[in-house]
Design a protein around this ligand. Structure first.
Ligand code: ATP
Length: 255
């Protein structure tokens, strides 16, 4: 196993609140790694630091040994790490294909509008091919020319992942990808994630759906009050007394 992502002593303070407090964990290449914890534990804030959205107060994030913390998001993305957001960030007025083309801009051209309208012939063709390939992978090929805002909720979430994946990331961060999905959509999304993993992509996922997390992840890190609470495989986490306590006050099992 090779470590692809290292979170080292990561800390961020907002005024008097330490939202993430000397957090340490590593993600192995080609795995699905879960980041869980009760509401307010600091999961999204950690994602924000890993993806370059926030600058940590101290500590660092290494991608393949290179420090990426403190870099702006677009540079982190160019290094091969991209994220999705809890809430859809699609361009609702653009078509499904145009949204996916925006996702390719990191690879083929740095400017969003150039990604859609201004490529030279060869780059434009390559970007379009990549966008269509990714949309096929996510089951969105029948919807290429529909307005993104008109898609079903499940398809919008799939498109959010497709846009992120279009830039050919080595690591993809998924923030609550199953929110608002019905069981069928969740099953389908889980299958897509397993296929991404088979293709060699590393996935770090924040999610409250414990059944999905336990079914998907190779390894899980649990946070509580900004700190690392426990780490292990799904069965170790499911039976970990501190995790059970953090979620349910010790009353029941996690999943
Ligand atoms: N920009 C900010 N300014 C001030 N406080 C913040 C900011 N971002 C997050 N926090 C605080 O940091 C703590 C951790 O929040 P965070 O959203 O990371 O938790 P979470 O584990 O993702 O929770 P949830 O599961 O509810 O999404 C919370 O107390 C939150 O209010």
């Amino acid at each position: 196993m090779t470590t692809i992502l290292e979170i080292k002593d990561l800390t961020i303070r907002f005024g008097g609140l330490t939202a993430v407090d000397h957090l340490n964990f590593s993600v192995e290449e080609g795995t699905i790694h879960g980041l869980i914890g009760p509401n307010g534990a600091g999961k999204t804030t950690t994602f924000n630091m890993v993806s370059g959205f926030y600058t940590p107060t101290s500590g660092e994030v290494l991608l393949k040994g290179e420090r990426i913390s403190g870099m702006p998001m677009h540079l982190v993305a160019r290094k091969g790490l991209v994220r999705t957001f809890q809430h859809s960030t699609l361009f609702a007025e653009l078509s499904v294909l145009e949204n996916a083309l925006v996702g390719t801009h990191m690879v083929y051209k740095p400017n969003i509008f150039a990604a859609i309208f201004g490529f030279d012939g060869a780059a434009r063709k390559a970007a379009r091919e990549r966008a269509v390939e990714v949309l096929e992978f996510f089951g969105l090929a029948p919807h290429l020319h529909e307005r993104a805002g008109d898609l079903s909720h499940g398809h919008q979430r799939a498109l959010g992942m497709a846009v992120a994946y279009a830039s050919k990331p080595t690591v993809i961060l998924l923030d609550e990808p199953f929110t608002g999905m019905n069981p069928e959509e969740t099953r389908h999304m889980m299958e897509l994630m397993r296929r991404l993993k088979s293709g060699g992509t590393t996935i770090l996922i924040v999610e409250h759906d414990m059944q999905a997390i336990m079914g998907l992840c190779d390894r899980i890190t649990c946070m509580s009050f900004g700190k690392l609470l426990a780490e292990g495989n799904p069965s170790e986490i499911r039976n970990h007394p501190a995790v059970i306590e953090a979620y349910l006050g010790g009353a029941r099992h996690v999943a």
